[in-house]
Design a protein around this ligand. Sequence first.
Ligand code: SF4
Length: 439
Amino acid sequence: MYALKPLKVYALDRVYESPECLVRLDRMLGGLGLDRAAVTVVTEANLPEVVAELQALWPPAVVPAGEVRSYLRPLVFTTIELSYRRPDLRPLLARCPAGTSLDTLGAIFGHMGTAIDQHPHQRDRIEDCVCWPTYNFGTVVGCSHGCLYCGAGRGGRFLSIALNLEEYMERIVGPVIENNPWNRVFRMILHGADLITLEPEYGLHDLFSRKLAQYEERYGHFHTGSGNVDWLADLPHKDRLVGVWSVPCETVSRFMEPGAGTPLERIEAGRKCQEMGIPVRYKLKPVIPVRNWRDEYADLLRQAVTLSRPESIGFSLYIWNTFESMSKTLPMEHLDPECVEAARAAAPTLKERERRVGPFPHETRRMIYQHLIREVRRWDQEVKLYVSTETREMWDDLKDELGQDPSCYVCACGSLAIPGGGLALNPGLRYSTYHPTPV
Ligand code: SF4
């Protein structure tokens, strides 16, 4: 696992009631060079002090020289609350310091989402989003990385790590797989976490791939910005996993993704996984138009397809933002002035339905995608290309250049995108959310 240096480590008292959780806790503490003596036990009695401490610890006043800021985040070991009626946390909230959110208590007490149906047709139609319906799993809230464009990376105060993974696999993952025969590839991705950064000590992907292997032709995506992959070689069911890397250009990596792998480390990780027989897919998400974006992304794409053999490469501009939120969170001095000006000029008139894909207007995004497509095709005529979570209009404009049918396209983490580069279309799901749905 990453060499995290948490400012403080906590564990909810109920972790100590489970032998399986304790084995996992000890293994992870060992990976950090710690032991149980370093852990503060969280009880209902000391909760107000713990919450106050968490608020004071982050953000840190100083980051010691040579340390990665995001690796200092406190860790809270917990268990996912799987009872039918989760306890009401509001009485506890009333005892906590002013300003404490229910989300903070939820993360400490494991009230995290267990499995979410993502991108259902109806919602994507309303939001003008083209994607594939799928199920997302996840067991950690918060991220080891510190990416500036990501809420968890930028603002997360601590990582909340659930330890009752055996129970989660039996009570959540297995039944979701059984109840959704149309879904062939599931995502392990929820809550902004980069889960493989905690492996192999965490043991999530070993359990996940073992669970998937209990069913015919079911697979799971891991989604990462990390190069931490050597441990995958030892998993007995690694053939059930599919690797999806978000890959940045150099400037984005250096100035906006502290703590994450460099572009070359991720491509090298992709190459290693390919040698292990694990399919490799790259997703440039977000593409950020830095000053030298044409050359930097051209270099990245050349390396991606000449150093490894990805099954697909996808593109998504920096979206889900306004000009104002971008200005507050990204180092604007590194961005391309023409693209910034286009976003500034478009801000007052961006139509309601275009805001999801803001702040860059359609023409700017399309122009950048066209460059990226051309650069891949200089080196590779075969790899499947797509735009991710874009609008129907963008697909209409680019489908010929991309070479895929927007109703039925191969991408990275689609629920039908099985290993080998094909689509496992079936009566339960035949079309992406581009396809019209009955109103
Ligand atoms: S890669 Fe495909 S399924 Fe995954 S988010 Fe993008 S469009 Fe959706």
